[in-house]
Design a protein around this ligand. Structure first.
Ligand code: URP
Ligand code: ZN
Ligand code: ZN
Ligand code: ZN
Length: 477
């Protein structure tokens, strides 16, 4: 048993002085002032610290095979880096190769993730359509604890699906009570612009953002919102990076459509000046999709989070080292797309969000943990500090500072996009399943201690939508 004593508990709803008692089964047993320590109970002093639900990163890619490479952080190193930054749960992505079985891919990813040090769950990507996909979606939701499916509107010739697949998959998910996630970029437009740039001899990483301008994201966001609207289905748009996509989500929500938006910590603070780096590798290390944007988009993303139009923050943690990025030395379209970030998300959000007054501490908890738990239907097991919830906590030092560097981070990758940035607000201690896994710079993780988190279908939101559709006779709102 573990007693967290003397801290200030901050949840998405309120802030109060309270102790938190974690039981042997890894759950929260009690929350209240001046709790007694049962015999043999360990205590951790949370004086001066904020006790918050452990972070949930709903978008990571550990050891993902992608663009001829495999992401360098695996489920062990990646989740360890997560707890060092206060994140105790990830939702990663099962990505079946085109034509492959979703169920077999899910089994492969379950096996890979057995080494995780903290809890994990999976969205499953739909990368093509046939009867087996239809059947596998049923099996995954019924027997495997999957309640969300992912779709890429980009990566033509690889992971991309067209509108026909989107319609079938979103419709199928709706009947199963599962939520669809979408990477919204117009993949045909990207492929056209890439070829045009290459033909004109623009082959370096500076071409990456030119091949994926904001309109490419805005169009796809609007299109998938329209498709989901036709079906009366909620939809979750991952890594929203533009004011155009943010506006499309806000407009849909104002019409009464259930649309959710996720923001990456990276997009909130880094801009497209990274591609002007004369050092090829320095620029290539920032090749991810959607790309970093002109600075003015960031105000829309922050406003989206503060207003509740965008609900979650993630990292899309997808690490490629120098040798891997070099694959695209002479052709930017071959640079593996992705950036690291899981270790620093919470600090970035605290430093640039809470300390600047853009977010309250309670809103910080909502956008780093609770909202993801609710949308993906693991609340209040995750994202809450109540008796019975998993004892996944971060003891947050709101005044503690650190300077980010690849030389000291725990991510298994040779650079950090926040290199040299001094951030105030850090995880002093992280507790996963009632055990201290990070304490004052000391990682105390156990390989394989993480558990697979099953997520049931028909979340409250999906249930409400089903009722709404029935009320409207099956048509969209
Ligand atoms: O560049 C990125 N984001 N890589 C990971 C795959 C994806 O699109 O999420
Ligand atoms: Zn069906
Ligand atoms: Zn994506
Ligand atoms: Zn991703």
């Amino acid at each position: 048993m573990l007693l967290v004593r003397g801290g200030t508990v901050v949840t998405a709803e309120r802030t109060l002085r309270a102790d938190v008692l974690c039981d042997e089964s890894g759950r929260i047993a009690a929350v209240g002032p001046a709790l007694d320590a049962p015999a043999g109970c360990d205590t951790v002093d949370a004086g001066g610290l904020l006790v918050m639900p452990g972070g949930i990163d709903p978008h990571t890619h550990m050891e993902m095979p992608f663009m001829g490479s495999v992401a360098s952080d695996d489920f062990y190193t990646g989740t360890a880096a997560g707890v060092a930054g206060g994140t105790t749960t990830i939702i990663d992505f099962v990505i079946p190769e085109a034509g492959a079985s979703l169920l077999e891919a899910w089994k492969d990813w379950r096996a890979k993730a057995e080494k995780a040090v903290s809890d994990y769950s999976f969205h499953v990507a739909v990368t093509h359509w046939d009867d087996r996909v239809h059947a596998d979606m049923g099996t995954l939701t019924r027997d495997c604890g999957v309640n969300s499916f992912k779709h890429f509107m980009a990566y033509k010739g690889a992971l991309m699906v067209d509108d026909g697949v989107l319609l079938r998959s979103i419709g199928r998910a709706l009947e199963l009570g599962a939520l669809c996630n979408v990477h919204a970029e117009n993949g045909d437009a990207v492929a056209y612009l890439q070829q045009d740039l290459l033909r004109r001899g623009v082959t370096g990483p500076e071409a990456h953002p030119l091949s994926r301008p904001p309109a490419v994201e805005g169009e796809a966001a609007q299109r998938v919102i329209a498709i989901a609207g036709l079906l009366g289905a909620p939809v979750y748009i991952v890594h929203v990076s533009t004011k155009e996509a943010t506006a499309a989500i806000a407009a849909a929500r104002a019409r009464g459509q259930r649309v959710y938006g996720e923001v990456l910590a990276q997009h909130l603070v880094l801009d497209d000046s990274v591609y002007a780096n004369p050092d090829w590798l320095g620029a290539a290390q920032h090749v991810m999709s959607p790309p970093f944007r002109p600075k003015h988009h960031q105000a829309a993303l922050w406003a989206g989070l503060a207003s509740g139009q965008l609900q979650t923050t993630a990292t899309d943690h997808c690490c490629f080292c120098a040798g891997q990025k070099q694959q695209g030395r002479t052709d930017f379209t071959k640079i593996p797309n992705g950036t690291p970030g899981i270790e620093d998300r919470m600090s970035v959000l605290w430093h640039h969000g809470v300390r600047t007054g853009r977010l309250t501490p309670e809103e910080f908890v909502a956008v780093t943990s609770t909202n993801a738990a609710k949308i993906f239907n693991i609340h209040p097991r995750k994202g809450a500090i109540v008796p019975g919830a998993d004892a996944d906590l971060v003891l947050w030092d709101p005044e503690g500072s650190r300077t980010v560097s690849a030389a000291t981070h725990h991510q298994n990758v040779d650079y950090n996009v926040y290199e040299g940035m001094t951030l105030t607000g850090l995880a002093r201690h992280t507790i996963s399943g009632g055990r201290i896994v990070w304490s004052d710079g000391d990682l105390r993780v156990t390989r394989g201690a993480g558990r697979y988190v099953e997520r049931p279908c028909f979340s409250p939101d999906m249930t409400a939508q089903a009722k709404r559709n029935a009320t409207l006779g099956g048509s969209a709102a």
